[in-house]
Every structure is written in structure tokens, then in C-alpha cells.
Ligand binder design. Structure first.
Ligand code: SAM
Length: 292
């Protein structure tokens, strides 16, 4: 029987609400800050060799929080350099939030922002139509590869834009991660198989083509306490984001809801601490270089 459930990304406003809710109730921001402080400087070690200006492309940048952390790490590493920063983001509200964030953040005068309100595919089409040849020193795609039609083609296009010492960073949930395991276990019933991508899917095609890469794990915890309170609005937003189903609590069958709740409660997936139920989540960043 066809699933009556609708994917969360099909409703831009709800998607945003649920995503912000997830960010607020997880240690993701802290993990990303640690990533920017501790791992990124090494990843960026060579990209500025012999340059006075860096070209950066952010794909699926959202409201820009992660992008600004990356720009700040870049500036720290290369304080003399200016940056051309292309932002690719199809959601108009996200792009407005990003622009607001930029206008409220002092000290960004070394960056020239170029705004592209479009999907990664549309950007690629435009790039080819305009026969652009500019090369990029850093391209990052954080938590967006779930939503592209053909991830292999997208990676291949953006990797082809890299400069000699350039780096392409792709962050997705790790395949070895409890949220991915939950979506896997119920992917037929949730009908969201296409958004249940993990870094395993990316590595599979990179490995099959013999493309070299490095990877780093970014573990964080998600507070799912309110998911267990029937009718709680915050809990429902969290469940929507975890399952990637729009209005999961109102549209899923009682049997599926019960199974998901039972799954989330299992000891191997969540821990109870100080009256909170915490789930372990893990992102992974894949680092690619220019193809030779
Ligand atoms: C989970 S958010 C990640 C935002 C940000 N990169 C971060 O890590 O916080 C996913 C973002 O990808 C954007 N997105 C969805 N489909 C896209 C596509 N086909 N091309 C580019 N961006 C897309 C969404 O609008 C959303 O802002």
C-alpha cells in the first residue's frame, strides 16, 4: 500500500520550524563549533597557498550559522585574504535570515557575499549556461545532500570546480548513527527512503570510482524528552524532524507511532539523564580534494 505520509521538506515553513527546533534541542551547534575550532584549521591548511583572495561556495547554507563559523575559521587562518563567498540556498526565508545574520555580525568586511536563491541543480545549470570557469578553494555542503535528486552527479559537479589545493566538505548523518538506524528500520512505512541518506551512500559511490577522501565523525546528542508527551507541540516538531515526515503524529497510523516510540525508548538508542531522554546522533564530514 502506498504511504499516505508526506516528506517534511515539501513544506518549507514547517521544515524550518522543525530544523530550528532540532538545533535548539541538540548539541549540534556546539559540535560544529568544535569542528570549526579543532578540525577545520588542518583541513584548510593548504587552500590559501600563494593566494590573496579565496573563493568559497556554500551549498544549502540555511540561515548561515555554520557558514559564518567556517568563514571565521578561514579568516583566522588567513587574516590577510579577502573572500568571495557564493551562497546557494533555495529557501527564501533562510536566505533572508542569512542576510540578517550577516548585517548583524561585525567584522565581515573581508567577505563579499554573492547570493544565489536556487537549488544546487539550478546553480549547476546556470554555471554551465554562463560558461563560468572560476575555481573554488573551499566548497561546503552541510546537511543538504538529503535533498538533491542525484547526489553522485552533484558531488561530481562541485568537485570539478575545485582549485588545485581546494577542498570539498560534505556533511551528512553517519550511517552508523541511531537516527539513521531508526529511519532505515521504518523506511518503507515512512516513505522517506530518499531523504534517509547517510555518508555511507556517498562513500559507496566514491569508493566505486576510486575517489580518495578523508572523513571525521561529529557525534552529538538530541533531547527527545518531549517526544514522549502526547500532544506536545515541541515533541511533535522533533518527531517530524527525526522521521522527516510532515505532521507525523497526526498522519501516521497508531501502530507505526507506537513502533517508533518503542524504538526511541530502547536502551541502545537513548539514555535517560536528569529527567531527560537523550538520543545519540552522529554526523560525519567527508573531505574531498581536486580530482587528478
Ligand atoms: C538541514 S538544512 C542545513 C542548513 C545548514 N547547511 C546547516 O548545516 O545548518 C538543509 C538546507 O538545504 C537546503 N536545500 C534543500 N534542498 C536543496 C537543494 N536541492 N539544493 C541546495 N540546497 C537545498 C534547505 O533549504 C536547507 O536550508
Amino acid at each position: 500500500m502506498e504511504s499516505p505520509l508526506v516528506t517534511l521538506i515539501s513544506d518549507g515553513d514547517m521544515y524550518l520550524k522543525c530544523f530550528y527546533h532540532y538545533l535548539k534541542n541538540s548539541t549540534n551547534n556546539q559540535t560544529m563549533q568544535e569542528f570549526a575550532d579543532n578540525l577545520l584549521p588542518d583541513i584548510l591548511a593548504k587552500i590559501g597557498n600563494g593566494k590573496s583572495n579565496l573563493n568559497v561556495i556554500g551549498v544549502g547554507s540555511g540561515a548561515g550559522d555554520i557558514d559564518l563559523k567556517i568563514l571565521s575559521a578561514l579568516h583566522h587562518k588567513y587574516p590577510e585574504m579577502t573572500v568571495d563567498n557564493e551562497v546557494i540556498e533555495p529557501n527564501p526565508q533562510q536566505l533572508r535570515d542569512y542576510r540578517d545574520l550577516v548585517s548583524q555580525t561585525p567584522g565581515l568586511d573581508y567577505v563579499r557575499f554573492i547570493w544565489n536563491e536556487m537549488t544546487a541543480d539550478e546553480f549547476e545549470e546556470q554555471w554551465k549556461e554562463k560558461k563560468r570557469t572560476k575555481k573554488a578553494d573551499l566548497i561546503h555542503m552541510f546537511q543538504m545532500m538529503y535533498y538533491v535528486k542525484d547526489p553522485e552527479a552533484t558531488v561530481s559537479f562541485f568537485q570539478s570546480l575545485l582549485n588545485k589545493n581546494g577542498r570539498l566538505l560534505i556533511t551528512l548523518q553517519s550511517g552508523n548513527n541511531d537516527v539513521a538506524k531508526m529511519r532505515d528500520a521504518f523506511s518503507n512505512q515512512l516513505g522517506t527512503a530518499e531523504v534517509n541518506r547517510s555518508t555511507d551512500d556517498i562513500k559507496r559511490f566514491l569508493d566505486s570510482k576510486g575517489v580518495r577522501y578523508q572523513s571525521h565523525n561529529l557525534p552529538h546528542q538530541v533531547d527527545i524528552t518531549k517526544c514522549f508527551i502526547e500532544g506536545d507541540e515541541d515533541g511533535e516538531m522533533m518527531i517530524d524532524f527525526l522521521t522527516q515526515v510532515l505532521h507525523f503524529s497526526k498522519t501516521a497510523s497508531p501502530e507505526l507511532k507506537a513502533k517508533i516510540m518503542e524504538f526511541l525508548r530502547r536502551q541502545e538508542f537513548s539514555v535517560e539523564s536528569n529527567g531527560k531522554v537523550l538520543m545519540n546522533a552522529k554526523y560525519e564530514v567527508i573531505v574531498l580534494e581536486q580530482l587528478t
